[in-house]
Every structure is written in C-alpha cells, then in structure tokens.
Design a protein around this ligand. Structure first.
Ligand code: ADP
Length: 163
C-alpha cells in the first residue's frame, strides 16, 4: 500500500473565508487528507481569539472525514513532518501573494527538502476575498454571510452578542 498523500494548509484564518475554503476543497482532489492548521504566532495580534478561529475551522469541516483541523506553534515544516504531511498547500490570489509566498517556499524547502509547497490559483470572485476585508465588514457591524463558510457564522454572531 502506498502512503496516504497528506497536505498541510497553514494559515492564520482570522477568520477563515470562502477563499480559503475553496482552495481546501480543491486540495481534496489532489490529496488523501488535508490538515487545516492554525500556525499560532504569539507575537502577532489577531482580531479573533485562537479559540474562535479554531472553532470556526472545526464547525466548517466537522462533516469532512478527509479534512482535519490542528494548531501548531513550531516551524511549519516541523509540524508537517510530525504529521506525515509531504505537501504544504497554499492559495495564490495575485502577484502580491506570489511575491510573498515565493521566499517562504524557498526557505521551507531549505529547511526540509522532502516537503513540497503546492499552490492553487484562486478563481474568479474568490480572488477578491481576504480575511482583512471580512474583518472590516464585521467591525462595521455587518454579517459576513457569503464571505465566510456558513458554519463559521455562528462564531461571529456569538461574538457580536457578547460585545
Ligand atoms: P497567513 O497569515 O499565513 O497569510 P491566511 O489565513 O491569510 O494566512 O492565508 C492562508 C493561505 O490562504 C495563504 O496561502 C493565502 O494566500 C491563502 N488565501 C487567503 N485568501 C485567499 C483567497 N481568497 N483565495 C485563495 N487563497 C487565499
């Protein structure tokens, strides 16, 4: 039996958007399993707490048996190796994403040459969606329906009730 092809999809997911979701779903055609992982960086400020971001991922993927969600605080390539993932999956919206991703993929390859970065190009309207824009919508009190996966909406709505 050949080893399962496992990809890690790392990100901040502050919050997860339908752009991320689309790339992850497309990844399932290439990989047996996709591990959607929050790479927590304590030096970085986030809008949603770690618990809220994890909860959004859990709710979004709860019925998908080939998608797992996880959290890591180490180097991405070290976490990938620990989980048996030979691929890092990322999405590309435009040239700016490519300019940002290129050096990261080069340094990741330098740190672990057995792990390949795989990029899927975002299609159509998905390419215009970013976590930053979704946060703006939420900050101004609007419901981000249609911008984030439906299952994740309840986390945003609960947060608003508490505010
Ligand atoms: P990071 O903080 O690591 O950039 P993000 O959560 O913002 O994490 O993004 C994770 C990955 O998802 C990145 O590869 C990013 O380019 C990609 N991505 C973000 N938004 C979209 C989108 N709308 N379409 C396709 N890929 C996207």
């Amino acid at each position: 039996m050949t080893a399962p092809r496992i990809a890690l999809f790392p990100g901040s997911f502050d919050p997860i958007t339908i752009g991320h979701f689309e790339i992850i779903k497309r990844g399932l055609a290439l990989f047996d399993k996709v591990i959607v992982s929050i790479g927590e960086n304590s030096a970085k400020k986030y809008f949603f707490t770690l618990e809220e971001r994890m909860r959004m991922l859990e709710l979004t993927f709860q019925d998908q048996d080939r998608i797992e969600v996880a959290l890591y605080r180490t180097l991405t390539v070290d976490f990938a190796r620990e989980r048996g993932a030979k691929f890092l999956l990322r999405g590309l919206r435009d040239g700016k994403d490519l300019a940002y991703e290129r050096p990261i993929s080069v340094i990741n390859k330098y740190m672990n040459e057995e792990i390949e970065s795989v990029f899927l190009v975002s299609e159509g309207a998905f390419a215009d969606i970013s976590s930053t824009l979704v946060r703006e919508v939420i900050k101004y009190g609007r419901d981000p329906k249609g911008l984030i996966p439906d299952a994740a909406l309840e986390v945003v709505r609960n947060r608003r009730e508490q505010a």
